[in-house]
Design a protein. Structure first.
Length: 323
């Protein structure tokens, strides 16, 4: 299978390395030429936190280039799939320009982002595209421009993005999704097709909207959120506000959603959340597409969410990107 992977960071290098190792033709699209050169010269390494042996893909088995070359290459030689693994802020800005020339094409595009709002944006930008969502609990951390650590094994759900409310197509009848799923599983990613991927997006959004900003503000690993009652109280406030919004706009949530949040804190106790990692590295965070979307839904439905509003403002004040 020929795959274009845009965003050669933590998730992109993990997917690219493992999918290349099972014989797929991977074209990695990096932000700059420097990383692409390094990948081509030295190859790509995926390592693990347990005793598993690292995986090394020689540079000559990969194609890697700067994203500026993507559109010409795609038009000349279209891939089976375009996988997007940039952060939300990049997807909503630089990638709009990169992807806009595909407006009259019908690429198969799958998005791995946390947060929400990006699928609606892509649907408008690329009305002819076949859009898919992936929700994953895999965890990866970039170590260098050509090395990634697979920090947590999880599961991935792949679903169709339905352009219209009455679109009743099932992903189980979609041969392209079935083929992608086969390749993801062969590469070692436990993956499933799901017709409820939208509710999975919101299930993860709820978890990220509580854990990510609080760990980023207090600069603590996920597990330490559970170590004091005042921390848990603020978590609970964010939770209560979010589910009030979900109820107001008709998003279903699990009866044990609160227990899920606590369970994720325990299961990822030693993790630096992605938002804390962004803050520590001086990068923009994904707050606008996580808590910011809860805020937008609240405003549209007249629900008061003072804790989410405050947390968005605090986090937005931290978004000082290094030049
Ligand atoms: N990492 C994880 O374990 C998980 C991540 N996610 C989600 O996946 C998404 C990606 O996250 P993650 O991989 O961690 O993020 P990273 O920041 O590690 O990777 C993003 C990559 O995109 C690159 N990039 C920036 N601008 C461009 C551009 N214009 N063209 C091409 N590439 C560009 C970045 O390059 P540079 O570094 O040079 O800026 C970086 O290599 C996020 O939405 C995240 O929430 C979901 C589940 C798990
Ligand atoms: C689940 C969690 C909170 C794990 O760290 C995550 O998705 C993130 O850090 O973005």
């Amino acid at each position: 299978m020929k795959i274009d992977l845009i965003g050669a960071g933590s998730l992109g290098l993990l997917l690219g390395g493992k999918l290349a190792s099972t014989g797929n033709e991977i074209r990695l699209w990096c932000r700059g030429e420097l990383q692409a050169q390094e990948l081509k010269m030295k190859g790509l390494t995926v390592s693990y936190v347990d005793e598993r042996e690292s995986l090394w893909i020689p540079g000559e088995r990969l194609e890697a280039s700067a994203t500026t070359g993507f559109i010409d290459e795609y038009v000349q030689s279209p891939s089976d799939w375009v996988i997007l693994t940039v952060k939300q802020n990049v997807l909503h800005t630089e990638l709009v320009e990169t992807l806009a020339p595909l407006r009259n094409y019908k690429p198969h595009i799958i998005c791995f982002q946390n947060g929400s709002g990006h699928m609606e944006m892509l649907q408008e930008l690329l009305p002819e595209a076949h859009l898919y969502v992936a929700v994953t609990t895999e965890a990866a951390k970039v170590k260098s421009p050509r090395e990634v650590i697979h920090t947590g094994t999880g599961e991935t759900w792949v679903g169709l993005w339905h352009h219209r409310k009455n679109d009743k197509r099932s992903v189980n009848d979609d041969s392209e999704a079935i083929s992608l799923l086969t390749h993801l599983n062969a590469a070692g990613f436990l993956s499933h097709l799901s017709n409820e991927v939208e509710s999975k997006i919101y299930r993860k959004l709820l978890i990220n909207a509580i854990i990510n900003p609080l760990t980023a503000i207090w600069r603590i690993p996920n597990g330490e959120l559970l170590s004091s009652s005042s921390r848990m109280q603020l978590m609970r406030e964010l939770y209560e506000e979010a589910i009030t919004v979900f109820e107001a706009v008709g998003i279903e949530y699990d009866a044990n959603a609160w227990e899920n949040v606590l369970q994720v804190c325990q299961a990822t106790a030693g993790n630096t959340s992605s938002m804390l990692a962004d803050v520590l590295a001086g990068r923009a965070t994904e707050i606008r597409w996580i808590n910011g979307n809860i805020l937008d839904m609240a405003d549209r439905s007249g629900v008061a969410v003072p804790a989410h509003r405050w947390i968005c403002r605090v986090m937005e004040g931290m978004n000082v990107e290094k030049g």
